[in-house]
Design a protein around this ligand. Structure first.
Ligand SMILES: [Zn+2]
Length: 110
């Protein structure tokens, strides 16, 4: 499904626009991840899956050009959507400061 959507919009995605800074990149990746998360939750409910599906969500760090992915269940990613909405990123991209571990390789920051 996600590949079909990406294929459909491949030309527009390649043409841009591009994030101008790290903050904008974070917002764009968050927006994409939230949409995917919603689709996965819908599929899970429709199929009656007891076990949460796992997906490689985009790293939400502020590094322009980062293409890393973080493997999380939809329930784990859902914790990033709780109030104060911290960003999800590859643990190595979390930098210094407050971060909580999430899944095997991710951190919640912010
Ligand atoms: Zn990153």
């Amino acid at each position: 499904m996600m590949d079909a959507v990406a294929d459909y919009f491949a030309e527009q995605i390649a043409a841009g626009p591009r994030a101008r800074d790290g903050a904008e990149r974070r917002r764009i990746r968050r927006h994409e991840n939230v949409g995917i998360h919603g689709n996965l939750c819908s599929f899970r409910a429709h199929l009656g899956m007891a076990k949460p599906p796992v997906f490689d969500f985009a790293c939400e760090c502020g590094t322009l050009g980062c293409r890393e992915r973080v493997l999380l269940t939809v329930d784990e990613y859902g914790t990033a959507l709780e109030p104060h909405e911290p960003y999800v990123m590859l643990r190595e991209h979390a930098g210094e400061g407050e971060a909580a571990s999430l899944g095997a390789t991710a951190s919640l920051v912010g």
